[in-house]
Every structure is written in structure tokens, then in C-alpha cells.
Design a protein around this ligand. Structure first.
Ligand code: ZN
Length: 98
């Protein structure tokens, strides 16, 4: 990819999160600086921590075959890192349930 290609299309926040999740699911040690044009490996790592993407979660997701993805909470509509289609409550809302 050339520098011009990188400047052309701004990437949405949702797309950035999707790419970060995919990169970590595909590889144990992804080449982070290639995941999102314009974001450094440090930026990507920071965002992964922000959304709660951990090595343990990635490993569990691989083992179970569940599909990690950012999904909207059915109660408060916040986007959160969901471990599968059955996981539709964000952490704050599921805490309120218990
Ligand atoms: Zn919620």
C-alpha cells in the first residue's frame, strides 16, 4: 500500500475495532503497524486494551469458536466487545443484572 492509498479513505472507529479484533484472532503476534493505516502499533495496542481485548479472551474465542466482535448492547446501546452473538449485554449492564 502506498502513502496515497493510506490517506484516501478515513476509516471509521467501528472498522478500526473490527480490524484490530481480526488481527489478534488471526495471529498471536500480528504486525500491528499494518492493521490500520495511520495508527502505530502502540495506538493499536492501546485501543485493544480499551475495548477489553486480552490474550486470554482471544484464546478462549479460538477454542470455543465464538465470534469476538464489537456489538451494541441491547439495553444501553453502547458498543462493547462481545464474545459471541449470545453475548448482548455490555459489562456495565450485565453487572447491574447480578
Ligand atoms: Zn449496556
Amino acid at each position: 500500500m502506498t502513502k496515497n492509498d493510506q490517506k484516501r479513505a478515513p476509516i471509521s472507529r467501528a472498522e478500526i475495532d473490527r480490524r484490530i479484533i481480526a488481527a489478534f484472532l488471526e495471529e498471536d503476534d500480528p504486525a500491528l503497524e499494518e492493521v490500520v493505516p495511520g495508527l502505530s502499533a502502540a495506538d493499536i495496542r492501546r485501543r485493544a486494551v480499551e475495548i477489553g481485548l486480552s490474550r486470554a479472551l482471544v484464546r478462549d474465542s479460538r477454542l470455543s469458536g465464538d465470534r469476538l466482535a464489537m456489538r451494541a448492547c441491547v439495553r444501553c446501546d453502547a458498543r462493547f466487545l462481545s464474545v459471541g452473538p449470545q453475548n448482548r449485554l455490555c459489562r456495565a449492564c450485565s453487572r447491574r443484572d447480578t
